[in-house]
Design a protein around this ligand. Structure first.
Ligand code: ADP
Length: 401
């Protein structure tokens, strides 16, 4: 009788877990929104494997593992955490391409302890395969008690991991195709202008001034298509992770002086002032000289483009903790706070000057890619009517002797 009851119970559990899996895979076919689906997957993983927490770590282009979804008491803290590939259990799963069960995580030397959360006691982690490629890891953990994960737990987690892998890949492909559509749209706008003005030029009754005006527009729009093409290519390469950043010693103060010299004539022409304020000696760091130069030029030329005659542009650099912080400020019109996060998205150009000054809305996205590839951060602060400041940090890395 007892065994009968037991097998009935286990059958009911299997049915319940199958029902959840079916519901998740149905949802997979009807959504391109990756995050809510991954969240549902980790919730189910936690419940179905009787764990205290579950999470998905995705392999990023810089070969680190980052939490993409987590459930359990420490879920929020995990979202901002990075896990090293070569010294963590999740990294072990990716490198060895196989699942792992560890009952006593704390005494396992491969474990990477995250200081801010409850210590993990037992863990089951499975690779997320997309075809032959491993794109991440799904794991269930217990924090309160030691736990023996079962064969069924492994099967459940493997099924969930393959659904999660497809969800991530679908969402990535969708993002890609979305971006292609945007590119085409952005190129079409100047091309339409070129075509229309070329048509108008064919009218014989245009006076000389109008003719020259139309020609100037055609030249300007052609230049714009060219800039767009150059920046698209640059961004696509940066996003693909194929671009290698050089690691040469950088003297940030010299680099600021060099970028300032390039922008100075433009500022003089438009009656803007430039100040450089570097009060302390900056430590040397490592990075890609040309790429950081590109970021500095982008921030300086934006400050010039989007502020007015008489405005002042100030470049400062200082050391804070383990980073060098460079700031490019202007006394221009400023940016409304709700628009600030959008600036680092593709093609975002704020209403106002965007018609008058040339631009693609890609410069800051490219700058962000470059700075993040250097393990730094980039952000903007602004007050409407007072001006804007764009900051970026570079971690201080001592060059090897
Ligand atoms: P763009 O090629 O349009 O200049 P960016 O990515 O460099 O592209 O900048 C995106 C948008 O951010 C700009 O179109 C502009 O609206 C806004 N922006 C950038 N820098 C400043 C600044 N210093 N002051 C005000 N707005 C700015």
């Amino acid at each position: 009788m007892k065994t009968k009851e037991k097998s009935r119970e286990s059958l009911e559990r299997s049915i319940a877990s199958l029902e959840q899996l079916i519901s998740i895979s149905r949802r997979l076919n009807s959504t391109l929104e990756m995050r809510p689906l991954l969240q549902q997957i980790v919730e189910s993983a936690r419940e179905l494997t009787n764990a205290d927490g579950a999470s998905i770590l995705l392999l990023e282009s810089d070969n680190t593992l980052r939490f993409a979804a987590a459930s359990g008491p420490d879920a929020q803290l995990l979202e901002i955490t990075e896990v090293p590939m070569d010294s963590s259990l999740a990294g072990w799963v990716v490198r060895n391409r196989e699942m792992i069960i560890v009952e006593d995580v704390l005494s396992d030397p491969r474990h990477y302890a995250i200081q801010t959360i409850d210590p993990t006691q037992s863990l089951l982690a499975v690779p997320m395969f997309f075809g032959e490629q491993i794109i991440g890891v799904l794991e269930s953990v217990t924090t309160k008690t030691r736990h023996s994960f079962t064969r069924e737990d492994i099967e459940t987690l493997e099924t969930l991991a393959s659904i999660a892998a497809v969800a991530v890949q679908n969402a990535r492909l969708f993002e890609q195709s979305d971006w292609v559509a945007e590119v085409v749209h952005e190129i079409r706008t100047p091309l339409t202008a070129i075509l229309s003005y070329a048509d108008l030029l064919q009218c014989s009754d245009l006076d000389e001034t109008t003719r020259l005006q139309f020609l100037a527009i055609i030249q300007q729009e052609t230049q714009r298509v060219n800039n767009l093409a150059t920046q698209f290519l640059d961004l696509a390469r940066l996003e693909s992770g194929r671009v290698r950043m050089a690691k040469v010693p950088l003297n940030v103060a010299d680099m600021i002086a060099r970028a300032a010299n390039i922008i100075r004539p433009t500022l003089q022409d438009s009656g803007q002032h430039l100040e450089i304020r570097i009060l302390t000696e900056l430590p040397q760091t490592l990075g890609d000289d040309q790429r950081i130069h590109q970021v500095l030029l982008n921030l300086l030329s934006n400050a010039a483009k989007y502020s007015d005659p008489g405005d002042t542009i100030t470049i400062t650099a200082r050391v804070e903790g383990q980073s060098i912080i460079v700031a490019v400020s202007d006394t221009g019109p400023g940016i409304p706070p709700e628009q600030l996060p959008r600036l680092f998205h593709k093609f975002s150009r704020l209403p106002g000057k965007e018609r008058k000054v040339g631009g693609t809305g890609l410069g800051l996205v490219i700058a962000r890619q470059i700075i993040e590839a250097h393990k730094g951060q980039i952000w903007a602060e602004s007050e409407v009517g007072k001006g804007s400041t764009f900051y970026f940090t570079l971690p201080i890395v001592a060059p090897a002797m």
